[in-house]
Design a protein around this ligand. Structure first.
Ligand SMILES: *Cc1c(COP(=O)(O)O)cnc(C)c1O
Length: 438
């Protein structure tokens, strides 16, 4: 593909998003065609970009193979999971619902790791019955409960203990998870005691250590600090008579949301993993979420109005915070492209890009420089493949939007647009408000 590329600022390794003949395409499909067929808002994902993101990991770790368990919570659409499974992905799940999704998409439980700070009895039982590869335990009470569940089922649970290495991932506060004040993992000071306890419990087989220090990390140094500490712990645990064979290094590699974002790349990350943990002869698992899917997705939206305020110009979209909450929740930046390629001399104007929801927080971008647009134009909020559709809600009775997967010149609706009837059908009147009852 030697098409003219997007502004070189936008970093999409596969080149899947390009203007051709004046119109933004995903691979060989014009976005306007998708909008005409399924309407907007809609999420659109690129298979080629998923593949490029997968290969960035696979290539970086080619000399010392690792297991890559895709963290489903970033984007748990069945077609996205199956695409990644086709490349060789296992899954990292954080609920029994996600485990069911992984299995429904074709990843057996024997290739899944179950993470999360608050698993219930029934979720543990479901995972053990399904034959889960590993459960990552995050607290002393969870050790006790999991052992009891395993005993009741007559099995032994293969576990890793997630430890909190007390390092600052230097990311947004809501997605930092490895500081001592965060709720995740067992405190560093209690790590050896936790393994000793696990070893003494009849239902558990402690085989691994796990960390996950946060998301959207932009450099490797926090990983390096965490993994160095972890390596020291593995040595200590072996001295304590616990046979650690697996290390789960978590996810967290960031993606370039903004033009000119400079991030650590996969090769630098792989070098850190190798240097800090390579000598321990352990089986290594990675749990990337965002970095596999973020750049592969966009949210396609129509401009409802251009509203001229006294001090600001507002671009009012048909997409809103209920469809993509990242800007409201994390002050996240999403590059916004017009689907029609801007004319060469079009220039830029400053706009606040907002949605129709009744919250001031329903703002995608403030004072964004964009080419002029008019009501009815299509725009694409880029890098929305991770923590986009999965975090959507029906706030303001806005039904869930469709998801579309593109591969070459093919495209397919992989989640239909929720209908109002479907939404209303979930609810019911109590008998005392229902004149037709009794
Ligand atoms: C969220 C999460 C991940 C994935 O994080 P990304 O930043 O999306 O790569 C991996 N492991 C665990 C335990 C998680 O909670």
């Amino acid at each position: 593909m030697t098409q003219p590329t997007l502004p070189k600022t936008a970093t999409f390794p596969s080149g899947a998003f390009q203007y051709r003949g004046g119109a933004l395409h995903v691979e060989d499909v014009p976005l306007a065609r998708i909008a005409a067929s399924v309407g907007t808002p809609a999420y659109v994902y690129s298979t080629a970009e998923l593949a490029a993101n997968w290969h960035a990991y696979a290539d970086a770790f080619a000399d010392a193979p690792v297991d890559i368990c895709y963290a489903l919570k970033a984007n748990s659409n069945l077609a996205v999971i199956r695409t990644l499974a086709g490349f060789g992905a296992g899954a990292d799940v954080v609920s029994s619902g996600e485990l069911e999704r992984a299995m429904a998409a074709g990843i057996p439980a024997s290739r899944c790791v179950f993470s999360g700070v608050g698993k219930s009895w029934s979720e543990m039982a479901f995972a053990l019955k399904a034959g889960i590869h590993q459960i990552n335990v995050e607290s002393f009470p969870e050790l006790e409960m999991l052992s009891a569940v395993a005993q009741e089922l007559g099995v032994t649970a293969p576990i890793a203990i997630r430890v909190n290495p007390d390092v600052d991932a230097e990311t947004h506060g809501k997605i930092a998870t490895g500081r001592k004040e965060d709720k995740f993992g067992i405190d560093w000071a209690h790590a050896r005691e936790a393994f000793a306890r696990a070893k003494s419990l009849p239902g558990l087989n402690p085989v691994g250590v796990a960390v996950h220090i946060g998301s959207q990390l932009i450099k490797t140094s926090p990983f390096e600090s965490a993994y160095r500490k972890l390596a020291g712990l593995v040595v200590q645990l072996r001295e304590d008579g616990i046979d650690i064979r697996r290390i789960d290094v978590g996810g967290g590699l960031g993606v370039p949301y903004r033009p000119n974002d400079h991030l650590a790349d996969h090769k630098a990350y792989a070098a850190v993993v190798r240097q800090t943990l390579g000598h321990l002869d352990c089986h290594i698992t990675l749990e990337p979420g965002r970095s596999l899917v973020a750049t592969a997705g966009l949210l396609l939206s129509t401009v409802n109005f251009v509203k001229e305020g006294l001090h600001r110009r507002f671009l009012v979209l048909d997409a809103a915070m209920n469809d993509l909450i990242r800007p409201s929740l994390y002050e996240a930046w999403h590059t916004i492209l017009t689907v029609k390629e801007p004319d060469a001399g079009a220039g830029q104007v400053s706009m606040d890009v907002v949605g129709p929801v009744c919250e001031s927080g329903d703002t995608f971008a403030k004072e964004r420089q964009m080419p002029p647009v008019a009501a009815g134009d299509l725009v694409a909020l880029m890098t929305a493949g991770a923590y986009g559709a999965v975090m959507a809600s029906t706030y303001n009775s806005r039904p869930l939007v469709p998801e579309v997967l593109v591969q070459g010149s093919d495209w397919s609706v992989v989640r239909h647009r929720q209908g109002m009837a479907e939404l209303l059908a979930m609810e019911a009147m109590p008998p005392w408000l229902d004149p037709s009852a009794g």
